[in-house]
Write a protein that binds this ligand. Structure first.
Ligand code: SAH
Length: 398
């Protein structure tokens, strides 16, 4: 195929520097001028003020104006998506060894971390769940879906598109939640030999939080003989690993009755009805306020993102402090706390400071045993540190 002449966005003098350091975004303030024909979602060429080609990307109205797809003049067609997706699959199946008889749930595409900004793809068995976070990826969805089914060895037969909540609201985009290719076969996925019902139709995000896989496995190693509280359980991922690890008792709590039912189903499918498990539909803060002290010697706190944008950081940090203090003050000496933040707007240091404040406020002696992050199928592009969003601490409380 011939090189295409994409419409051009010209940057202000000096604004080419971050692109030359491979940062994948162009902010609107960096733009000097752009071709009149450019519409939201278009593929554009980005050039410096003196006309040097800096790369190719998707244009979008907003503070992030271009998400870069290539630092050259590649044609963004089905072959482009095919090659990028195949490369993403090679990492998961090769170095990461995530596609095994006992594991078929993984993130295939993590946006900028896989050089496909605006795109998320999670795979559950033969089904890929695709989320577009940019109009450009929305318009490319059919090409991407076809390319997904063509990745050799991935066995993807069904592609479910789920972008109603991830696209910026614009009626003209007509976001949809539907199968683009194939349809429903099974919704049971396997993670480290454990089975999970994944509800991509109605569940949050793509239906399951694959990003906690490694941390759940670590929890399994700590759970033996302990009484476990899994707060914000959602699908019960941590609960299932805790039972697998030999916990004496596991209590799962979520304010959503649907999440509680899903957790119960996931415990049942792995262990039958004899597992030492109970689930409660309750508000976290209320549950922690009402519970007896010393009831649990392993607590997991994995709340939803408290800060969805930068303006909410201060309140979010107070929220993390309050939540962690509520748990810490009731935990016995020698207990273990797994505590997380998935707010991208909050840094590791800020989160750690909030947890430090909780420890100081409750006067407990607290040591950090592990510092946790996201797993390798959520890679962070080193030129785009913003891609690191999940942070966690395992604490020993005396
Ligand atoms: N730990 C889970 C993911 C948690 S997602 C996993 O490993 O998969 C966050 C969950 O918190 C959601 O299921 C949501 O229903 C629940 N939630 C939100 N606010 C809550 C509150 N105030 N009290 C209890 N649960 C809450």
């Amino acid at each position: 195929m011939d090189k295409k002449d994409y419409p051009v966005i010209t940057l202000r003098r000096g604004k080419e520097e971050s692109l030359m350091r491979f940062h994948p975004w162009v902010f609107s303030g960096a733009i000097e001028c752009m071709d009149n024909s450019i519409e939201e979602g278009d593929v554009v060429s980005v050039v410096s003020h003196d006309g040097r080609l800096l790369g190719t990307g998707h244009y979008q109205i907003g503070s992030i104006a271009v998400r870069m797809l290539s630092s050259g003049s590649e044609v963004i067609d089905s072959r482009f998506y095919h090659d990028r997706l195949a490369e993403a699959f090679r990492l998961r199946s090769g170095a990461l060894n995530l596609i095994r008889d006992d594991n078929d749930a993984y993130r295939l595409v993590h946006g900028e971390g896989d050089f496909l900004p605006g795109l998320i793809v999670d795979v559950y068995g033969h089904t890929a769940v695709l989320q577009a976070h940019s109009p450009g990826m929305h318009y490319a969805r059919n090409m991407i879906a076809t390319a997904l089914t063509e990745i050799e060895g991935a066995g993807i037969r069904n592609v479910y598109y789920k972008s109603e909540t991830t696209l910026p609201y614009k009626a003209s985009l007509d976001p949809q939640n539907d199968y683009i290719i194939g349809g429903y076969d099974t919704n049971i996925a396997m993670e480290n030999g454990l089975k999970f019902h994944v509800d991509w139709l109605k569940g949050q995000k793509t239906g399951f939080f694959v990003d906690q896989r490694d941390n759940r496995d670590l929890l399994r190693r700590y759970a033996g003989g302990r009484r476990v509280l899994n707060m914000f359980c959602y699908t019960g991922g941590f609960s299932v690993y805790a039972i697998k690890g030999g916990a004496n008792l596991v209590h799962s709590v979520d304010s959503s009755a649907k999440a509680v039912a899903l957790t119960e189903a996931n415990v049942e499918i792995n262990f039958g009805d004899a597992a030492p498990h109970k689930a409660f539909a309750e508000d976290a803060f209320k549950y922690l306020a009402d519970m007896q002290p010393d009831m649990y010697d392993l607590v997991i706190l994995d709340p939803p993102a408290f800060a969805k944008h930068r303006g909410a950081i201060k309140n979010a940090l107070r929220g993390y402090q309050r939540l962690n203090a509520k748990a810490m003050e009731k935990m016995p000496s020698g207990s273990v706390l797994f505590t997380f933040s998935c707010s991208q707007a909050i840094t590791k240091e800020q989160f750690r400071l909030a947890v430090f404040s909780a420890a100081a406020q409750t006067g407990r002696r607290v040591r950090i045993l592990h510092q946790l992050s996201q797993p390798a199928d959520h890679p962070v592009n080193i030129y785009h540190p913003e891609g690191e969003y999940l942070k966690g601490l395992i604490l020993y409380i005396e």
